[in-house]
Design a protein around this ligand. Sequence first.
Ligand code: DGL
Length: 238
Amino acid sequence: MKIGLLDSGIGGLTILKALIEKHPNHEYIFYGDTLHVPYGSKKISEITNYANNIIKFLEKKGAEVIIIACGTLSSNIEKLQSKVPLIDIISPIAGKLDKYQNVSVLATEISIKINAFQKYVKNELNLIPCPLLVPLIESNDFSHLDSVLPEYLKHAQNSDAILLGCTHYPLIKEHIKKYFKGDIICLDNYIVEKIANLKPSSFKLTLYFSKLDDNITSNVKRILDREDVAIERSELND
Ligand code: DGL
């Protein structure tokens, strides 16, 4: 099946990588809006406008289903317009977190404000907005993480699990675990089970970014752990 994925940047690649590993028999078309990242601190009307243009682009490329590989947009999925089915990355957590007593959610400012997570979880969630993380992860500059992360993670001290509510955050999972000296469970990527029933086809992978430079290209290859990736720049009209 032709599966479209979209995110504000490289974060959605964490979803794409997991999907390719588990379900290699699909054609994947990814769009990262690196020109407009970060989405999480912008106006909702602005980012849903970007996302709707990306959805049209992916539909033109033949996507039969589109995965919203972004927590911030998944929190606003009802505002997105599409001719093909959209799959969000938040609803797959339904019932999966109830075995943990104290779950903290790390996510963008918009996602935390909307808190689309709580309706899928029985216990009350501890919500922590982390506005500085996406720009640091996109710039590949992890040197400031040691000063920025503790400011967020100190609010998660009593947690027995942390939900990574933004698809960029699995890229710094090791830094998060290090802060807790390894004594924490990081939860992410429940979407993988959700596409198990899609009709298989032959594997193909194409990636588009609204801004492309050497940093993005090397990030893509590092995250996907493969060299054979076709990456194109495609800027969409706002
Ligand atoms: N990967 C997006 C998310 O999951 C990042 C949003 C942003 O660009 O701030 O929320």
